[in-house]
Each structure stands twice: as structure tokens, then as C-alpha cells.
Design a protein around this ligand. Structure first.
Ligand code: SAH
Length: 246
């Protein structure tokens, strides 16, 4: 039986891959990868390495998670070194925990290789620090996949009244509901927010707006995209660096 490496591929910029991830990618007999993992990374694999695509994006799964778990397990039975390559970090809305539990229950050895998550790196490439002294003392990474109107929402909306930074992943299609909800709980209509699409890549798009106008401004923005809500967004005006360097 082989060993599985639950590996973070980073957010898009291939140079944001960790050295450890690169080492196992080079050694892998099979790489099971997501849509969000930059496909250029696969060029680093040794010749003869098998590639298995189990792509998914924005919660619209091409392959159900149960099937993905089983694919990982079956490959662990077949190969020595199995790399499960996932966009960003495997444990940040990556369902890496579910995959680890599934193979662990079946006696498969595994390691987790954290990746640079889009939730901090896309803002960083947009010139938005997720914390900043005097502006925001914490940041939260929240699923935007769940509708704010859901009756038994697990999201503590009432706690979002402060100026702490909120990063919503998988939230672009729910942005009208999210921005409305944040205004309902008491945030100002002109409260700053940003949408970052294809962050850290040469196709990165950054749209700055307010809770009131962000929906209108991001109608044609492609996925993957995340939403940053917080006063830290205003720092982009001074800290924008990426666009001048690509
Ligand atoms: N494990 C990943 C997140 C998976 S959930 C991570 O740590 O980054 C998928 C969501 O991540 C997308 O819907 C989008 O909100 C966000 N995302 C992933 N890559 C992104 C990128 N390059 N730019 C902007 N958002 C991204």
C-alpha cells in the first residue's frame, strides 16, 4: 500500500508552491488534481507519472466527494507515492479533512502538506493586508457558498459588525445576498469591499467597491473569485504593487 500526500498547490502563481510540495510532485507515481490547482505544476512530475483529474470549482462538483475519496484510496492500493493536489491549502475549504479521514479509516498512511491559501494570498497580491495595525486585529475566512437567508445558518452574521476583515470564499454567486445581509446587520452601505478574481495569476482582476455597489461592479468577473470585506481594502490605494510588476 502506498502513501498519500494531501498537498496544497497554492493559489495560482506557480512559484507559491512550497519546496515540500514540489519534492513530492517530482516523486509522485500518480497525481490526483483539482481544477483550481495550476496545471503547469504537473509539468514538474516525472515521466510516466499518472494524472487523474477530479476537478471541481465553486462547489459545483464534477465528481462527488465520496467518489474522489474512493479514487484516492484505490490509487493508494495501486501506487507507492500518491499526491492529492488541491488548490490553495487542502484544509481551507478543500475537504482535505474528509479525504484524510476516509483513507485513514482504511489504513492508508498519509501526510498533509499545507499550501498558501487564496484567502490571504489573493488579497496580498491585490495590495490588501488581511490584518493591519490600527485597522483590523483579526481576519476570518468564511464560506460564501451558504445562502445568508438559510434558516439555520451556521455563519455568525451578527459577529461581523466590527472592522475585522472577512474573506468570503466560494461567494461570488451569493454576493447580492451577502452584501445585503451585511448591511442588514448594521454595516454602512459605503463600507469598503473588494472582489479578487484569479488572484496571484497574470489574469488577476481586482474590483474595489462598497457593500452597496460591489454587485453592480462585478457582474462580469470570472471565477475563481473571493470577496474581502473590511477597512483594510482601503490600503490598496497605497499598497497596490502586483499590477506594476507583471
Ligand atoms: N483550498 C482553497 C480554497 C478552496 S474553495 C484555498 O485555500 O485557497 C474555492 C474558492 O477559493 C473559490 O470559490 C474562490 O473563492 C477561492 N479561490 C481559489 N483560488 C483563487 C484565486 N486564485 N483567486 C481568487 N479566489 C480564489
Amino acid at each position: 500500500m502506498g502513501k498519500v500526500y494531501l498537498t496544497g498547490a497554492g493559489p495560482g502563481d506557480i512559484e507559491l508552491l512550497t519546496l515540500k510540495a514540489l519534492r513530492v510532485i517530482k516523486e509522485a507515481d500518480v497525481i490526483i488534481y483539482d481544477r483550481l490547482a495550476n496545471p503547469d505544476i504537473l509539468k514538474e512530475a516525472k515521466s510516466g507519472c499518472e494524472f487523474v483529474y477530479v476537478g471541481k470549482e465553486d462547489g459545483r462538483h464534477i465528481m462527488p466527494q465520496d467518489d474522489i475519496n474512493e479514487v484516492i484510496y484505490q490509487n493508494a492500493l495501486k501506487y507507492d507515492i500518491v499526491v492529492r493536489l488541491k488548490g490553495g491549502d487542502p484544509f481551507v475549504f478543500g475537504r482535505g479533512g474528509e479525504e484524510a479521514l476516509y483513507i485513514q479509516e482504511r489504513g492508508v498512511r498519509y501526510e498533509v502538506i499545507p499550501g498558501i491559501t487564496s484567502s490571504i494570498s489573493a488579497p496580498a497580491y491585490a495590495g490588501i493586508p488581511v490584518t493591519h495595525r490600527g485597522v483590523s486585529v483579526s481576519f476570518r475566512v468564511v464560506t460564501g457558498h451558504e445562502s445568508p437567508n438559510k434558516k439555520e445558518s451556521q455563519i455568525p452574521w451578527e459577529t461581523f459588525k466590527t472592522d475585522d476583515t472577512i474573506v468570503f470564499l466560494m461567494g461570488l454567486h451569493n454576493l447580492p445576498k451577502i452584501s445585503k445581509k451585511l448591511i442588514e446587520i448594521g454595516k454602512a452601505k459605503d463600507y469598503p469591499c473588494a472582489v479578487i478574481s484569479k488572484g496571484t495569476t497574470k489574469d488577476q482582476i481586482v474590483v474595489i467597491g462598497t457593500l452597496e455597489n460591489i454587485v453592480e461592479k462585478t457582474k462580469d468577473v470570472p471565477t475563481p473569485a473571493l470577496i474581502v470585506v473590511g477597512r483594510v481594502v482601503e490600503l490598496r490605494e497605497q499598497l497596490q504593487w502586483f499590477e506594476e510588476n507583471v
